[in-house]
Design a protein around this ligand. Sequence first.
Ligand SMILES: *Cc1c(COP(=O)(O)O)cnc(C)c1O
Length: 408
Amino acid sequence: MSESPNAGFATRCIHAGQNPDPSTGAIMTPVYMTSTFVQSSPGVFKDGYDYARSKNPTRTALEDNLAALEGARHAMTFSSGLAAMDCVLHQLRAGDHVVLSDDVYGGSFRQLDKVYRHIGLEVTRVDLTREGELAKALRPTTRLVWLETPSNPMLKVIDIGAMRAIVDAHAAKAAPGVGARDKALGPLGNPIERPLLLVDNTFASPYLQNPLAQGAHLVLHSCTKYIGGHSDLVAGALMTNDDALADRLRYVQNAVGAVPGAMDCFLMLRSTKTLHVRMQRHCDNALAIAQWLERHPKVEKVIYPGLPSHPQNDLAKRQMRAFGGMISVVIKGGLAPSRAMLERVKLFSLAESLGGVESLIEHPAIMTHASIPADARKILGIDDGLVRLSVGIEDVNDLKADLERALA
Ligand SMILES: *Cc1c(COP(=O)(O)O)cnc(C)c1O
């Protein structure tokens, strides 16, 4: 069955990109475990399928599905979220400047700061929730503005439309054509001339917001999280509506080769069929737990975009359909009581990562954000009492009881 482009989100989750297998009519897309495809004559092959790094039918079905979920013309998938990031950064040249929002996934910061700064990209980190900060940070050489909203782990919400307007106003002033064209380089021979706005939409998932519709040029997902949703794979994706940009990204996807395997693509296709149902339960459970924790005597502060106490609660209500499954909590008393709580939980598992059906809990300063320098963590508010919850889709009363016991 094929869905219309105007179909609702749930219908797109289940049907977009999904067609019965042409050889048997199998309703589920087969796992095409093949590295190559037989040609009838040299260079004559079907639908672009010549070698599985370049194209694989299970991956094509997944990419079509993910594009539909973000309302995008193009989606590309990768072997991890950071491999998707690497594909974007390969579009830039030494001397190009990147503006990075200050509160991002530790591994994203590390890739820019340690790998790409080393080969000549310049990086500025700014708090994009503060008015005027982006305009101040942009330079004539800025080619990329990279942000997460909600961010990891402080759950800052950034106004995507406002960021795009600032990027456009800057691009109108800046002289284009700074870099030289080099035809021998293929698609990468055209320099990126204006800053691209990229939104890492991992925390929201396509169910809660679609950044391309709000002004982003590019969306990134760590599919390891909500899109995979079952803590059983590592993968990433990029989406865009810009045809020329998509050509360049696909070129690097194939030329560098960090593609996901067919089995992982199949698992993601199975997962996206329930994305809307899972996300709604993640949101319902997280809101109930955030409200409950905010009244808990052992808790100093709860950070959740759906609470009126959140500094960008109004923006979150405008920009997002609901507020997601992630909560950050500051436990009174700092490291010792928060460590004790993390050791005592039974239903929540103490683990890095997020977005799976099971609830996880972690300590950002020691675990996921250890690669952010200590002074930068302090400025961000990632202090020793900060605990991050990835609220799963279990019975909410069992989750509350587990936290209550661990806090007692
Ligand atoms: C996990 C994560 C990444 C990195 O993705 P991997 O799949 O682990 O490579 C990027 N951004 C955010 C917000 C993440 O949570």
